[in-house]
Design a protein around this ligand. Structure first.
Ligand SMILES: [Zn+2]
Length: 233
């Protein structure tokens, strides 16, 4: 399938205007710059409409693409996701503590290895508020991350109750960041992998990720990171 077919199919399946950033992960034109070039070509051919509007996925006001009714793709549309969901084991949940600063450190090392440039990291020990990691992707997009750990049991709180509070705080961060109107950054929550409470909460919050697209970066104790994109939901 050509990149053009892939974009046309994704827009047709979406049935609503979508910006280049939200379109890229839905197509084989995985890189934003590529999606942008393909959309401009398609618009020049009048195969799609391209204009300023509100994106149906991220709800940002920007250049959006829309399928033109009556335009046929070269092959029948295949419904569903272009990208396979990341498979994460649900069994064998760990209850081992995982400090927030360790999650952050491993994430930063992994991002560097992926070609990201680290713009800033927060001092998690000082309980500094705000973005825990700001990085620039090789594509030029900024990534804003809120990182959470998994605490050990204390006399007053269970690790699971603390994990719930961490997710509440992380979601508030994301809502406020998106509310600042910055649509030029991708948002992510970094969480310890293998902790059942986090896994369950994130799968139950899958529906919300179409309104507030964010990536979950599952950080393992050994430093491997598994990104779960908004479109994996
Ligand atoms: Zn969008």
């Amino acid at each position: 399938m050509t990149a053009k077919d892939s974009v046309l199919r994704a827009l047709r399946a979406a049935g609503q205007p979508i910006c280049d950033d939200c379109l890229a992960p839905l197509t084989t034109a995985a890189q934003r710059r590529h999606a942008n070039a393909v959309c401009r070509e398609l618009a020049a051919m009048s195969a799609i409409a391209r204009a300023h509007g509100v994106c149906g996925r991220c709800h940002c006001r920007k250049l959006v693409n829309e399928h033109v009714a009556g335009h046929r793709t070269t092959a029948p549309t295949v419904e569903g996701r272009a990208q396979r969901p990341v498979l994460l084991t649900r069994t064998g949940g760990s209850t081992a503590p995982f400090e927030e600063r360790d999650v952050q450190e491993r994430l930063v090392a992994w991002l560097r290895a992926q070609g990201y440039r680290i713009i800033r990291t927060a001092d998690t020990s000082s309980k500094e508020h705000g973005r825990d990691v700001v990085a620039r992707a090789p594509s030029g997009r900024e990534l804003w991350v809120t990182a959470k750990g998994y605490r050990k049991k204390t006399p007053s709180t269970s690790p699971n109750a603390q994990a719930r509070h961490s997710v509440e705080a992380a979601l508030l961060d994301l809502l406020l960041w998106r509310g600042e109107g910055n649509c030029d950054a991708d948002l992510a929550i970094a969480l310890p992998r293998g902790r059942t409470t986090y896994r369950n909460l994130m799968s139950r919050l899958g529906w919300a990720r179409s309104a507030l697209p964010f990536t979950v970066l599952w950080v393992a104790d050994d430093g491997t990171v598994t990104p779960e994109l908004p479109t994996d939901q």
